[in-house]
Design a protein around this ligand. Structure first.
Ligand code: FE2
Length: 211
């Protein structure tokens, strides 16, 4: 691609233990994220020079690059939301809270769905705003490039890969998920929602519906 640009990793802003999440674990986790950024860039470069004429559904170098590109890029993006909203006080607030309460009826209903999704998924539990119906949804994903829904913007992202909690919790995923919510930065999540223009779109939908 002529206009290719390297992705640049977000800064690591972790410098102390969070409530229930050790700095040691966060630093290890951040290193994995850096790996996704590095590999995203490497794949983009290799795509440029790969022999497109050998493309093949069983195996080809270009096919393998394209398969792993979605793994690396989704891994990068999802971790950026996860780390970005992980240094807060856990107090629900803002437009996003209002949208959740409207769509689920209560914050607890939404949280129960997020926890259940997180307990059953092998990769991620994601609250995303879907541009198809202008509503929030909770989606589960078994891997960075498995279960992604096109045209949906992730606003609250819970990592449930073992690497996200094993150092501190062993197999105790539920306790880790509780800690995730205690540290959730709703201001950051609201900022993402605003950047995506979600509140405006959502408001329009409810106006149309007379709600
Ligand atoms: Fe992760």
């Amino acid at each position: 691609m002529k206009n290719r640009k390297d992705y640049i990793a977000d800064k690591n802003l972790f410098d102390k233990d969070l409530e229930g999440l050790s700095l040691k674990m966060l630093e290890q986790h951040y290193k994995l994220y850096e790996g996704y950024v590095k590999k995203s860039n490497e794949i983009q470069i290799k795509v440029e020079s790969a022999d497109k004429s050998e493309a093949n559904g069983v195996y080809s170098f270009i096919g393998e690059l394209k398969r792993q590109e979605t793994f690396a890029v989704n891994g990068m993006k999802l971790h950026e939301v996860y780390f970005g909203h992980l240094q807060g006080d856990g107090k629900p607030a803002g437009e996003l809270l209002a949208m959740i309460e409207k769509d689920w009826g209560s914050l607890d209903e939404w949280k129960n769905e997020m926890i259940a999704t997180g307990m059953s998924a092998r990769g991620w539990a994601i609250t995303a705003f879907d541009y198809r119906d202008n509503r929030l949804h909770v989606y589960g994903s078994d891997g960075h490039n498995v279960g992604a829904v096109w045209g949906a913007a992730p606003v609250i992202v819970l990592d449930v890969y073992e690497h996200a909690y094993f150092i501190d919790y062993g197999i105790g995923r539920k306790a880790y998920i509780d800690s995730f919510f205690k540290n959730l930065d709703w201001n950051f999540a609201n900022k993402i929602a605003l950047e995506y223009g979600l509140a405006a779109r959502y408001g329009k939908l409810h106006e149309q519906n007379g709600a």
